[in-house]
Design a protein. Structure first.
Length: 106
């Protein structure tokens, strides 16, 4: 494999051939439906990408919490700003009434 063939964003004839073969394999495994193997190209591309880079989605955990705090729920401090008084029904969209007032017919 060339250096560029490991990059999934760069077209590579070897990678394209692997994707086409995997798409055909998936299509055959599904009983060869009328859509053809082309319909399996996206799934095959994702599978080949996962095979080429099996640890790409893993993020190493560096700072694990102390096990004694495993069940402790800590709320984000930013939500404390929203704990003020809630507006009443008529003022939730501003300080005005939502229904027109009855006009006096003088």
């Amino acid at each position: 494999m060339s250096a560029d063939s490991t990059n999934p964003l760069v077209d590579s004839p070897e990678r394209d051939a692997r994707i086409a073969a995997k798409a055909k394999e998936l299509w055959e495994a599904d009983g060869k439906p009328g859509c053809g193997p082309e319909a399996y190209h996206e799934n095959a591309s994702e599978i080949i990408g996962m095979e080429e880079h099996p640890h790409a989605g893993e993020i190493p955990v560096k700072d694990l919490p102390d096990p004694q705090f495993a069940d402790v729920q800590v709320e984000n401090a930013e939500i404390q700003q929203n704990l003020g008084e809630f507006p009443e029904r008529q003022t939730d969209q501003g300080d005005r009434e939502h229904f027109p007032e009855k006009q006096d017919q003088a």
